[in-house]
Design a protein. Structure first.
Length: 103
């Protein structure tokens, strides 16, 4: 279901060319290299962001989608496989991002 929904969103917003795996790896690398820059309580908080917020910072297409809709929709469009973490706590997300960064 997630992949079907993200396919619809990607088509609607012209985001088919976004490489989800590469973007997730970029988010993981950024968050792991900058302690304190992940803040899951808010989409954006100064220089800290949640994972969907980081997607919009690192992907011009996600940023464009965010401007048209919101951060959650942008994140669901470009990193749907991590959408289940959007309302998780920092520790849970950091653990997952450390796993991703080590792959």
């Amino acid at each position: 279901m997630i992949h079907e929904a993200s396919a619809v969103l990607r088509e609607r917003f012209g985001a088919q060319m976004v490489d989800e795996a590469a973007l997730i790896k970029d988010i993981a690398t950024t968050v792991n290299n900058q302690p304190g820059c992940l803040q899951m309580e808010k989409w954006h908080c100064g220089t800290s962001h949640c994972i969907a917020g980081w997607a919009t910072i690192l992907s011009p297409i996600a940023r464009e989608i965010e401007q048209k809709t919101d951060t959650k929709t942008a994140g669901c469009t470009v990193i749907p496989s991590l959408a289940y973490l959007f309302f998780s706590d920092n520790d849970t997300v950091l653990k997952k991002l450390k796993e991703i960064a080590s792959i």
